[in-house]
Design a protein around this ligand. Structure first.
Ligand SMILES: [Zn+2]
Length: 66
């Protein structure tokens, strides 16, 4: 859904102002993104999102799967 507009050379900054919700992969409830981090993968930089839903399920997902 999201366009890829990442700059691997950039430092990882705070994303506190960003408020995004996604559907929980387990129950489909609304989940909020609690944290983001960028990790190096074979195909380049991947942004991992930590999400937690209303029922306290939490997951670490690559952004491309959200
Ligand atoms: Zn859930």
């Amino acid at each position: 859904m999201s366009a890829s507009d990442q700059h691997p050379g950039d430092t990882v900054g705070p994303f506190a102002d960003e408020w995004t919700t996604v559907a929980c992969p387990e129950c489909g409830a609304q989940a909020e993104i609690e944290a983001r981090s960028q990790v190096a993968a074979t195909s380049g930089w991947v942004e991992l999102l930590k999400i937690r839903c209303l029922f306290r399920h939490w997951f670490l997902l690559p952004e491309e799967l959200v």
